[in-house]
Design a protein around this ligand. Structure first.
Ligand code: TPP
Ligand code: MG
Length: 1064
């Protein structure tokens, strides 16, 4: 067990055999009475007589002489004692305690020993300083055990330390020997004779139960038992006396871990199942990877205990996240997933439903069942997760939060999360920290998570000494003041006690708590790995270590709680259950991915036409209502002082509403507001989203004089609207995006959006994007309609404030570039149904409005990756009319040219296809150069799935024009590499539309660099048959960095792009 390296550095060499604070005894005599050293001089003994205070003392003395009542009682006592001839150092008496003794307190005077060389002191007379010092020392010892006892607790079932004694050069044969020094302060010394002296117990300990004082020997025994046995507790860093006392109360009294015979039998039965399950799999599929739990089998009874207690305390739904290790066992024995379904996963059967599926130790599940121990119904969900360790943590939290929200469980009394961790991953993965930091944030808290670490003291092949710098793998939890219970997995009753306390803690304080089950890994990392290559000594030890089930069974047989026959009977029964399920599994011919869904949406899909989309236009009256509310100060405007700048913004918004136009922010508010009106919950989360990074949104108005007085218009649009949540998140992408993904999968009737501060930062959350958003449905048949808002655009802001890496999202789009779906009336929705996500780069507020609403109008859910604008937020041309949002209007996947070019398409010489903000640069350039008749600009608002049907029509409309794709991103970035092959496929399919008859030398002749007259007849014939139209590239050249940091270079690049755009 690798703990506090500092301990190893202690230089004292105390014998290995020392046990139970015996080192306290028999120290050199001079150390025994430290206090005696103070008798040298009166000022040394009475330090307050020193220096400047002596004048004050003199005044006190004179006052006392004239009237003893004129000074404080403590001075009175001191001068009386001193004048009565008390020795220096003894004259001082602490001020009388005016408060009555509480029930756990006894006066110190009653504890003065009658023998042992100390005079007995009558109540009220001065107390010997040694008594005070000794009591203080005992208090210090108690406190030391409380804060550092875990360092010497017996936590490791293997009894070895994986610390690094060799490199520190201070290895002297055992952790305990040194840790004792660290636990109890070195300056505290007692003689053997002191061990039977009775000491008053401070109110910060509960070792005495009803006793107010105990002999030192008993005090130490009880402290050792509570803090240094098989449980090590870290809690003294918690900033709440109440919480610290709460823990002490549950851990310190003697025998707290004692269990009844019934409880013991239950633990044994559960341990039998946990062990039996792994044994069964090992027997049937010996070389199949399953990441078995062997060595930490106690995890299953532990989880069940946590669930039992939590259910008893009111929890009805538990959402769990866990890694590979022991996952199948959890599904089988905690969730009670039908065993035959689990076993069919080993059979290599084909799936009945769509999707790519996932390996068996990643799948999720959802089960609703009766908890037989508490007799209450419980819902258990294990979230599907990728291999990426800990990535599921924030997802579980988001899902838990969402479930709490929909149930109105504002304090987390009904829904809670349990997160399981491996020791290496818990310490190593940053997302653990990011998730922890969400735990107490108002819009993200799940009101306490129970973390359980299956700490097998190894990560794949790496020892803890090489995988973390912290003493414990759990140190990350200290940042949120979570108590941490380390427990030896070989003591099942200690584990259960810790689980009880953790579950009660969560139910009482609604804060995170950690159970660190210190165990080992009996096999290699997986079932085909050889651990002796890298951990020979550890594995020699493991080979000699009896499985915990055997140990515990022996213990209970010895205690007379069970008989050997009963133990065998329980085991045989479970084997039979497994065998029956195995035979049942053999009958199966297919697996069903749906069986492993962690978030079923009951009622959402039923009775729905899977290709029927609702409309997204909204009646004008609604637009006006929302627009006006959104543009108005709070109803109590007279008292609510708004910033002057905001008043101007609200006024401008109101003018837009009156003019029936919207800008980006207003369109967004109308999309949100209209959904809220329809009963759709909207949640917008991300860094600084309330105001908006670009100060354009202002969804939350702040009173300028009153702290925390805020107003959110969108939350007060209609009396019966759905709730609106807008929340500034912590500065985290990985954690927060994961959280929102979890939130989004819980209920399809919600629009959940995560906004990146700038799109550039989304790659910090790449794992969530890759593992959950783009592939989640394929792997786990789980849909999500999450929206990613990604400010994107080349505006001279440098390499990290320009690009959301549109190309990456497009590269992960799963539509085949070589396949053009056949045309049909439901082309749009059919494509959306088949895609893994939607990628769009809208150029108008109306597009933004519709595409957001379309997320909910769809009869299924798909993630939407949306590039969003920055400068366009204030661009005078980037406005839309109500006419484009009214009832009957819809999202335009492609916005055709609407200017003069479209009126005479035959004469158009170039069609520029583009997407997003570059449109406005092209528009301006075309206008300034007078090329409106020659160049048509077609906007592709939805890039993926690629709107072949509409683009094909646009291409056909301009038969004599060359086709270009204009983008502002570099050539190896942006949409080009996605667009180009799809255009190729589309154009190849329609060679016939190319106009052979161009008489004036159109795009085709230019392409060939010659005039038609110079061609022979056979030439022309060959060209007609073989050459299709192509699309060429107009944009920045390739680059390594997404954008230049130089404004001058940026402008030059833009100029080149626009020059090229204008070449005909
Ligand atoms: C993010 C990530 N990095 C690396 C891996 C590869 N990997 C799988 S298991 C493992 C060791 C995990 O150790 P620990 O967390 O202690 O769990 P254990 O396997 O010991 O139960 C590693 C490195 C991974 N799955 N995820
Ligand atoms: Mg491990």
């Amino acid at each position: 067990m690798h703990r506090a390296r500092v301990i190893f550095k202690a230089s004292n060499t105390v014998g290995n055999s020392e046990r139970f604070a015996s080192w306290l005894l028999n120290k050199p005599q001079n150390a025994a009475v430290v206090v005696n050293a103070r008798f040298k001089s009166s000022t040394a003994a009475e330090p307050f007589l020193n220096g400047s205070s002596s004048a004050y003392v003199e005044t006190m003395y004179n006052n006392w002489l004239s009237d003893p009542n004129s000074v404080h009682a403590s001075w009175d006592a001191f001068f009386r004692n001193a004048t009565a001839g008390a020795q220096p150092g003894v004259a001082y008496t602490s001020p009388p305690n005016l408060a009555p003794y509480s029930k756990n307190e006894v006066p110190l005077t009653s504890l003065v020993p009658a023998a042992g060389g100390m005079p007995s002191i009558a109540a009220g007379s001065p107390i010997n300083e040694k008594i005070i010092d000794d009591h203080l020392a005992v208090q210090a010892i108690i406190r030391s055990y409380q804060s550092r006892g875990h360092l010497v607790a017996n936590l490791d079932p293997l009894g070895i330390s994986t610390g690094d004694p060799v490199s520190s050069g201070e290895w002297h044969g055992g952790l305990r020997a040194f840790a004792s020094e660290a636990v109890i302060r070195q300056h505290v010394r007692f003689d053997e004779a002191d061990m039977d002296r009775v000491f008053k117990l401070p109110s910060t300990t509960f070792i005495g139960e009803k006793e107010k004082a105990l002999p030192l020997r008993e005090i130490l025994t009880r402290l050792e038992q509570a803090y240094c046995n098989n449980i090590g507790i870290e809690f003294m860093f918690i900033n709440s006396l109440e919480q610290c006392n709460w823990i002490r109360q549950r851990m310190e009294p003697p025998n707290v871990t004692k269990m009844s015979p019934d409880q013991k039998r239950l633990i044994l039965a559960r341990l039998t199942r946990s062990t039996g399950f792994e044994n069964f799999l090992a027997k049937k599929w010996s070389s199949e990877k399953r990441f078995g739990l062997e060595g930490c089998e106690i995890l299953i009874p532990a989880m069940k205990q946590v669930i039992d207690v939590s259910t008893r305390l009111g929890v009805e739904s538990i959402i769990m996240g866990m890694p590979h290790r022991g996952r199948l066992n959890v599904l089988a024995n905690v969730c009670r997933k039908p065993l035959h379904q689990l076993f069919t996963q080993f059979a290599g059967l084909e799936a009945e439903d769509d999707g790519s599926g996932d390996v068996k130790y990643h799948l999720g599940t959802y089960i609703e069942r009766l908890n037989r121990v508490t007799n209450k119904n419980i819902r258990l969900a294990v979230c599907a997760n990728p291999s990426h360790l800990e990535a599921v943590d924030p997802v579980v939290q988001g899902k838990t939060r969402a479930e709490q929200f929909y149930r109105g469980d504002n304090e987390g009394k009904k829904v809670m999360s349990i997160l399981l961790h491996g020791d290496a991953a818990f310490a190593g993965q940053g997302v653990v920290f990011e998730t922890m930091h969400l735990s107490d944030l108002p819009a993200y808290t799940t009101h306490g998570t129970i973390h359980i670490v299956a700490n097998n003291q190894i990560g794949f092949t790496t020892d803890p000494r090489h995988s973390r710098s912290s003493a414990y793998c759990t140190d990350v939890a200290r940042v949120v003041n979570a108590p941490i219970f380390h427990v030896n997995s070989d003591n099942p009753e200690a584990v259960m006690h810790v689980c009880n306390v953790a579950a009660e803690w969560r139910a009482t304080f609604h804060k995170d708590v950690v159970i660190d089950i210190v165990s080992y890994r009996r096999n290699g990392h997986n079932e085909v790995d050889e651990p002796m290559f890298t951990q020979p000594l550890m594995y020699q030890k493991i080979r000699k270590t009896k499985p915990v089930l055997e140990k515990y069974a022996d213990q209970l047989i010895a205690e007379g709680v069970v008989t050997a026959e009963e133990v065998k009977d329980v085991k045989d029964k479970y084997d039979k259950i497994c065998e029956d399920a195995y035979n049942q599994a053999k009958q199966e011919t297919h697996i069903k991915y749906k069986d492993w869904l962690d978030s079923p949406w009951s009622g959402f899909f039923e009775g729905k036409d899977p290709l029927k989309m609702s409309t997204t236009g909204v009646v004008e009256e609604t637009l006006v209502h929302i627009g006006k509310r959104f543009s108005s100060p709070p109803p109590n405007a007279a008292e609510f002082e708004i910033h002057k700048g905001l008043l101007r913004i609200l006024k401008a918004r109101m003018e837009m509403v009156e003019n029936r136009t919207v800008d980006w922010a207003l369109a967004e508010a109308m999309a949100f507001g209209s959904l809220l009106k329809e009963g759709i919950h909207v949640r917008l989360s991300g860094e600084d989203v309330e105001r908006g990074t670009f100060s354009h949104r202002h969804h939350v108005l702040h009173h300028q004089k009153v702290d925390k007085a805020t107003y959110c218009a969108l939350a007060h649009l209609y009396p019966d609207q759905a709730p609106y949540t807008v929340c500034n998140s912590s500065l985290s992408e990985y954690g927060v995006l994961g959280f929102e993904v979890g939130y989004s999968v819980t209920n399809p009737n919600a629009l959940v959006l995560w906004e990146a501060q700038f799109g550039d930062f989304n790659n910090v959350a790449q794992c969530i994007i890759d593992q959950f958003i783009s592939s989640g449905q394929a792997k786990w048949v789980r849909q999500s309609g999450i929206v990613l808002l990604q400010p994107h655009g080349m505006e001279g802001m440098g390499p990290e404030h320009s690009s959301a890496r549109l190309e990456r999202f497009l590269q992960m789009s799963a539509d085949d570039p070589d396949y053009m779906p056949p045309e049909s009336p439901d082309y749009e929705v059919r494509q959306l149904h088949d895609c893994n996500w939607i990628v769009a780069n809208c150029s108008t507020p109306a597009s933004y409005f519709h595409i957001l609403r379309r997320q909910i109008a769809l009869p299924f859910r798909k993630p939407l990756i949306l590039m969003t604008p920055k400068s366009l937020l204030r661009h005078p041309e980037c406005k839309s009319s109500f006419d484009d949002m009214n009832d009957g209007t819809a999202f335009k996947r492609v916005i055709p040219e609407e200017g003069v070019a479209a009126q005479n398409p035959q004469n158009v010489r170039k069609v520029s296809f583009c997407s997003g903000r570059v449109y406005y640069d092209l528009l301006k350039e075309r206008r300034e150069r007078g090329l409106e008749k020659d160049i048509a600009i077609v906007r592709v608002e939805q890039i993926s799935p690629f709107p072949y049907d509409l683009i094909k029509a646009e291409v056909a409309k301009y038969p004599n024009a060359q086709l270009v794709w204009s983008q502002e991103e570099h050539k190896n970035m942006g949409a080009w590499s996605y667009i180009e092959p799809r255009f190729r496929t589309m154009l190849q399919n329609q060679k016939h539309i190319r106009a052979k008859s161009q008489s004036q030398g159109g795009w085709f002749s230019q392409l060939l660099g010659r005039s038609e007259s110079s061609q022979t007849d056979s030439d022309k014939q060959a060209e007609v048959e073989t050459v299709a139209r192509t699309i060429s590239y107009n944009g920045r050249p390739t680059a390594a960095s997404p954008a230049t940091g130089s404004k001058a270079a940026h402008n030059k690049e833009l100029k080149n792009l626009l020059d090229e755009f204008c070449i005909l």
